[in-house]
Design a protein around this ligand. Structure first.
Ligand code: G4P
Length: 554
């Protein structure tokens, strides 16, 4: 394993510093426990290396023993959670779940985001439960469309982003060009912490711009670690020839001059991204990434909420246990209708068996069998703190966006629902089963598998999805779990926008557009447009109505 950079300790602010040994795991105050947690997700365009990096992070963190454990092959890899296999082995099946591991006195929660781009809405929701994100770029491709989309969501939430430029063992774009692209396309200040020496066959390693130490890339390094040498030492000649040494020294000097120095505050505010280079496949740069996450990524912080109707902030150290559901997953076992709600804990000390109340329904729930993931000791299986994610099995009581707390009075701002990009009409083949279809679709919509709209005129349901694959998943689940064979047909509508405004304005607008009005599952009014043009036309004509692409739930 590589040794931590000397800057790691000094960079952490007191609130973020790891709980000091010797008693990291015996710290029990909720504030101290929260301070040693790092809850993060990895985002990337498909094929940039998210799965490979996930695997190597888990390897570096000791959560798995051998590479290959995380990977599902072929189609499975594309359509299911990256962690399906592990989940199967453990007898649970929760996509977008979390992997927990301890490393250097810190507790990391890595949230899995589904790999396929059609599941981006799931990914968006998962990001609301993360305190930081690692953005993986393919060094030969730079910023790709999906990277940009996901980045926009991170920005919506001001999630700090660490950039990992992957696949340096292959021919890469010029690193300066990559920095420029990050600056231009993401409007983020790129702050390289390392600078690479070459790429592809000529990849020799990278220099730490903070202390001048060079991590040499050798094919024999791998999980055993890579050699670190001072760039000005004699030993460096073993890994760099004089030309290469000059090139990397010059590069490091130039980039130090050309880019802003790394500033933790700017990073935490979402203006700056620290940049690392590496090769997930070769395990190169993975230890460094964990060190950077440990040193700079934020521990869970205070969260904006409403308590008994008044705006407030809930701090991780507050005694009351609170959290919100960011994902609901049906149990894969078709004989059970159990669902698992993924709760991000935001404060207090959660203990198994605790009673929590759902804010909007007032229902109380005894959490007797919470699921935690890759727990390394018993205490973890019984207890959770801010930053942790627990899976709560339930029978449809919990919905995405629900806030849970001991008092039942805390409400977190809702999770976004995004305007679907494809709308289709759904019909059940057997007309006698129309009633069942309604229930089934509502179930799937509550889980966030689809969005459901009921036009004001007519009896059809319109389902919306971000990508085509979501319809396939929907059809499959309707057939297997609800014994309903359905047909998707083209819908007359192409765009959906939630509308808000003063009551008389809304009523006036809705009265004039009855043919294009619908309701979502929460009975909120939705304008269903035939085209993007129509949406922009009404937006201009009705300035008192706000047309929203995303709706916060909860
Ligand atoms: P994703 O989850 O972001 O979609 O990407 P994934 O990790 O599945 O990686 C996509 C491909 O890129 C895989 O190759 C993987 O082995 C390769 N890869 C990931 N990181 C690196 C790296 O650092 N260097 C190199 N050279 N390749 C990397 P594949 O051929 O599509 O799949 P497989 O046959 O290896 O499973």
């Amino acid at each position: 394993m590589t040794s931590p950079p000397p800057v790691a300790a000094k960079a952490a602010s007191p609130a973020q510093s790891p709980a000091q040994s010797p008693a990291a795991s015996s710290v029990t105050s909720p504030a101290a426990q929260a301070a040693r947690r790092r809850t993060f997700a990895i985002i990337s365009h498909p094929d940039a290396g998210k799965t490979t990096l996930t695997e190597h992070i888990l390897l570096a963190g000791g959560a798995i023993r051998a590479a290959g454990a995380v990977r599902a092959r072929g189609e499975n890899r594309r359509t299911r959670s990256d962690w399906m296999k592990i989940e199967k082995e453990r007898g649970i099946s929760v996509s977008a779940s979390v992997m927990t591991f301890e490393h250097e006195g810190l507790l990391f929660n890595l949230l899995d985001t589904p790999g396929h781009e059609d599941f981006s809405e799931d990914t968006y929701r998962t990001l609301t439960a993360a305190d930081a994100a690692v953005m993986v770029l393919d060094a030969a491709k730079g910023i790709e469309p999906q990277t940009l989309k996901l980045f926009e969501v991170c920005r919506l939430r001001d999630i700090p982003i660490i950039t990992f430029i992957n696949k340096m063992d292959r021919e890469a774009l010029d690193p300066y060009a990559l920095l420029d692209e990050i600056g231009a396309k993401l409007a983020l200040d790129p702050a390289p912490l390392y600078w690479p020496a070459g790429s592809g066959n000529r990849f020799r390693g990278m220099v730490d711009l903070r202390d001048g130490r060079f991590t040499a890339y050798t094919r024999t390094g791998g999980e055993e670690g890579f050699e670190k040498l001072a760039l000005n030492s004699n030993a460096i000649s073993r890994v760099l020839d004089p030309d290469e040494k000059e090139e990397v020294e010059e590069g490091a000097m130039l980039v130090r001059e050309a880019s802003k120095p790394f500033d933790v505050t700017s990073f935490l505010e979402g203006h700056m991204t620290p940049i690392l280079f590496g090769s997930a496949l070769r395990h190169f740069g993975v230890g460094e990434l964990l060190e950077v996450l440990g040193a700079y990524a934020p521990a869970p912080g205070p969260m904006a909420a409403e308590k008994a109707g008044a705006a407030t902030h809930v701090a991780p150290g507050d005694p009351e246990v609170t959290g919100f559901v960011f994902k609901v997953q049906a149990n894969m076992d078709p004989n059970h209708r159990d669902r698992i709600a993924m709760l991000r804990v935001c404060s207090g000390r959660f203990q198994r068996g605790m009673k929590l109340k759902v804010q909007n329904t007032g229902r109380q729930l005894s959490v007797n069998a919470p699921i935690m993931f890759m727990a390394s000791d018993r205490e973890l299986a019984e207890v959770a703190y801010a930053g942790d994610v627990i899976g709560i099995p339930n029978h449809g009581v919990l919905r995405v966006g629900d806030s849970l707390s001991e008092s039942g009075t805390v409400r977190y701002a809702g999770l976004p629902n995004f305007a679907p990009e494809i709308l289709q009409r759904v019909r059940v083949k057997d007309p006698l089963k129309a009633k069942h279809l309604k229930k089934a679709l509502e179930g799937l919509a509550e889980e966030g598998v689809t969005q459901l709209f009921r036009p004001m005129i007519g009896s059809d349901f319109i389902v919306g999805a971000v990508g085509q694959l979501q319809f396939e998943v929907m059809a499959d689940r309707l057939a297997n779990e609800y014994q309903l064979e359905v047909l998707f047909e083209p819908s007359p509508f192409a765009e959906a926008r939630w509308i808000t405004g003063a009551k008389p304005d809304l009523e006036d607008f809705m009265g004039k557009h009855r043919q294009a009005m619908g309701q979502d599952i929460d009975e909120q009014p939705v304008f269903l447009g035939k085209s993007a043009w129509e949406v922009s036309y009404v937006t201009e004509r009705y300035p008192k109505i706000t047309f929203l692409r995303a709706k916060e739930r909860g």
